[in-house]
Design a protein around this ligand. Structure first.
Ligand SMILES: Cc1ncc(COP(=O)(O)O)c(C=O)c1O
Length: 497
């Protein structure tokens, strides 16, 4: 009880007392002041101790439970959870202002990169790789061919010839679908938003991989949807925990990135893909598959999408063209199960009426001319070169106790610092040496830090990858040395989930 006596609630603050209490107890857990399976005080006792209503404590405990910091035993009480996760408290006091501002911006999906910096943070392709002249040609052809029609409102479902051609294009990816199931969207980000708008209500629960894509976190948060996190393993989402959480939380959907996940770069094994589909079919839960990168399979042929294996229409598939073509097109598509078609169409229509007709027509022509295959081959070659140089540089320079699992393709690497070290603190030091990356805490729904961080090769040339990784690894070594306890920090941080 002593630990709880010290908790200070600020009655002048506009923040609810129960969320203040939630944050205070969460920090006790993260800081290892409360041990795994330790019992929290009974509700009435804690309420008396802090001079608040019982309901304030009940709400704080419920919030801790829904974020998996604690679990309840019926008739017995509330206990601290134990599942492993690489998180740590975000200690803003130790960060320079500049680093703190950068990380807050990353939470909102942005990064400010100064001219001389080596940018391992953005996962957006170098603009020099975009197929500009091919696109100029198809744009001119469309303008000559369609004239004013190219600038009219387009059908909300999408330009029909493009949807038709996408069905053919999907043959290449072993996905069998019909034109009625194709919904054009203005980028995958809108795809996730439209799905959330159509299918989720305030207070619903979704399951996300942990860590997961920041843009998806922002959408679910904005709709007041609870996110339950299931850890990513090197073979994909942890199916045992997933099954337990489906039973416990009755989620509306599971948001996944089965190939070269963002941020870890890990892929689901074929076995995990099969078992996941079997599980969701048995439990009647919808999967959202965000396919933002399947094409970049450098060291595996096992890059089948869940959609290509989906026999029962359990998957809504989202395709982004941003990493492989051009993010500025703001174009992608969904494959929607028949029974959700109308809801999704209405949500899309109320978002932006339709995706740009001009861009859809130009992209249709671009696909039909077959240029896309040549371009994907080109992008694969460029990215594979960067990928190999990245692996070589990491192998050569990463200090002891700093680890990563080599992905089999894609653009992201998930690096783990020695236990107890903070990726945000490292960030704070590495910007002084003109290196930027994304600290791992950004990829979790809570406001936390992590000892992991994401390096992306999308916007870095080979020579800069070599130079940047060398400098970054020097920075890590200096950071470890400064801590003067040796490589393993004592128990400031510990797994809690
Ligand atoms: C996993 C994931 N999904 C969706 C998006 C958004 O893609 P788009 O540019 O197609 O909206 C991104 C962008 O980085 C992403 O990484």
């Amino acid at each position: 009880m002593d630990k709880f006596k010290k908790l200070k609630l600020n009655r002048e603050s506009p923040e609810h007392l129960y969320t203040q209490l939630y944050n205070l107890i969460k920090n006790l857990i993260i800081n290892n002041n409360l041990k795994t399976h330790e019992k929290l005080p009974p509700i009435r006792k804690l309420a008396d101790l802090l001079g608040v209503n019982n309901i304030t404590v009940v709400k704080a405990y419920n919030l801790l439970e829904s974020n998996n910091y604690v679990y309840k035993r019926i008739g017995s009480g509330t206990y601290v959870s134990s599942i492993e996760k690489d998180i740590a408290p975000r200690n803003i006091n130790v960060l320079q202002d500049e680093a703190y501002e950068d990380i807050s911006l990353m939470d909102r999906g942005q990064i400010e990169v100064k001219e001389n910096m080596i940018n391992f943070a953005s996962a957006t392709p170098t603009p020099q790789l975009f197929p500009v002249s091919d696109f100029k040609e198809v744009l001119n052809e469309v303008l000559d061919r369609d004239k004013g029609m190219a600038f009219g409102y387009q059908e909300s479902k999408g330009y029909f010839p493009l949807r038709q051609y996408i069905v053919e294009y999907l043959d290449f990816y072993k996905i069998n679908t019909a034109v009625e199931n194709i919904q054009i969207i203005s980028g995958a980000q809108q795809g996730i938003d439209v799905i959330a708008k159509a299918l989720l209500r305030h207070g619903d629960t979704v399951i996300v991989e942990s860590p997961t894509y920041t843009g998806a976190i922002a959408i679910f948060e904005s709709r007041g949807v609870k996110m339950v996190q299931v850890p990513m393993t090197k073979d994909g989402i942890d199916l045992n925990i997933l099954e337990k959480y489906i039973d416990k939380y009755n989620p509306k959907l599971i948001y996944t990135m089965p190939n070269f996940q963002n941020p870890t770069g890990y892929s689901y094994s074929l076995e995990t893909k099969r078992e996941l589909l079997e599980l969701v079919n048995r439990k009647k839960v919808l999967i959202v598959e965000d396919d933002y990168l399947t094409d970049l399979n450098f060291y595996t042929d096992d890059n089948l999408t869940l959609k290509s294996m989906d026999k029962h229409e359990d998957v809504v598939y989202i395709k982004s063209f941003s990493k492989i073509f051009m993010p500025g097109l703001r174009l992608g598509f969904l494959i929607v199960p028949m029974n959700l078609n109308d809801q999704i169409l209405i949500a899309k229509q109320t978002s932006d009426i339709s995706t740009s007709g001009l861009i859809q027509r130009a992209f249709d022509l671009y696909l039909r001319k077959g240029i896309w295959r040549k371009h994907i081959t080109y992008m694969k070659k460029i990215y594979k070169e960067r990928f190999d140089i990245m692996v070589e540089s990491l192998e050569k320079n990463l200090p002891k106790d700093t680890t990563y699992l080599k992905p089999l393709g894609g653009i992201n690497f998930w690096i783990k610092l020695s236990n107890g070290f903070s990726a945000s603190e490292l960030y704070s030091q590495s910007i002084n040496r003109d290196i930027v990356f994304i600290p791992g805490g950004v990829f979790y729904p809570e406001d936390i830090d992590s000892n992991c961080f994401r390096l992306s090769i999308a916007d870095v040339y080979p020579a800069d990858i070599r130079k940047g990784i060398e400098k970054l690894c020097e920075t890590i070594k200096d950071y470890y040395k400064k801590s003067n306890i040796g490589f393993e920090r004592k128990s400031t941080y510990r797994p809690i989930l």
